[in-house]
Design a binder for this molecule. Sequence first.
Ligand SMILES: NC(=O)c1ccc[n+]([C@@H]2O[C@H](COP(=O)([O-])OP(=O)(O)OC[C@H]3O[C@@H](n4cnc5c(N)ncnc54)[C@H](OP(=O)(O)O)[C@@H]3O)[C@@H](O)[C@H]2O)c1
Length: 300
Amino acid sequence: MNSSSTLQLIAVVTGANKGIGLETVRQLATQGVTVILTARDPKLGNDAVSSLQLSNVLFHPLDVRDDHSVAGLADFIGAEFGKLDILVNNAGVSGLIVDVEGLKALNIDPESWLSGKATNAVMDTVIKQNHENAVACLDTNYYGCKRVTQALLPFLKLSSSASIVNVSSLRSELKRLPNEKTRGELADIDNLNEEVIENVLDRFLEDLEKGNLESGGWPLMLPSYSMSKVALNAYTRVLAKKHPGMRINCVHPGYVNTDINWHTGVLKVEDGAKGPVMLALLPLDGPSGCYFDQITMAEF
Ligand SMILES: NC(=O)c1ccc[n+]([C@@H]2O[C@H](COP(=O)([O-])OP(=O)(O)OC[C@H]3O[C@@H](n4cnc5c(N)ncnc54)[C@H](OP(=O)(O)O)[C@@H]3O)[C@@H](O)[C@H]2O)c1
């Protein structure tokens, strides 16, 4: 799509006061899309809008964990625009308690970090996970995306070129999930639905609480974050099947230098936003129900 054909498009980006979200807003807006930059903190959100200096970016508060806040955004879109073309579900948290100085002192190379080889060095030493943080992580990264999507779907249905982009992670890939039965359940697209996904998440939380992550075959590197993104990808496929007229995809943005990974990432936000922006602006006959590793289609 070029800027003349994107002039009438309206987009929402969640968690956009910084990082990949803010850069996604910038790239969409410079291509002519009117973008609603959302953030849970109004001051941070308004400051982010001012920093862009683009007249087609506006702020609206949104905490993806808060039903009232989500409903407020839906009301705003209904009153101001009456439709929505693009939803980028970007808001996310790590769900971890981190000794940042300790993590930096370990000086872990990106390959060991991404492959999971660093698991023993970091987990339960400089990175800790408790039940409360795990619940918050799933509630933001999976249920938060679902909350916002459900509330905005009526407006996306009124668009002639609707697309939803769920910002996922490499940690979402099913090959990283040791439990074969759970992997099978989540890969079985014919029988996949929200109940199946949420049942998996409940089992995960139960095993986390009992200290049974290893025996339960759950990911040991960033467990709740990984499971939140596994669930997000599965939800993307369920949603895409339900709404064949829309393009609905999920994307690993790359290992990007942002707050979420305590600035251990190696890519610039400009590169991290490329995948989400490409998927937001897919042509009408573009792919749907797919997972991308940055700008390349990849295996779930
Ligand atoms: N950076 C990477 O290497 C990488 C890799 C894979 C996937 N990702 C994914 O990329 C997305 C963006 O992350 P990032 O790297 O840009 O990290 P970031 O700079 O930490 O940005 C995360 C954003 O999410 C927002 N957020 C958190 N909880 C929220 C809530 N309840 N409601 C609304 N917004 C909320 C944060 O707002 P506050 O400022 O208020 O906290 C912030 O704006 C995330 O989904 C992340 O999982 C990143």
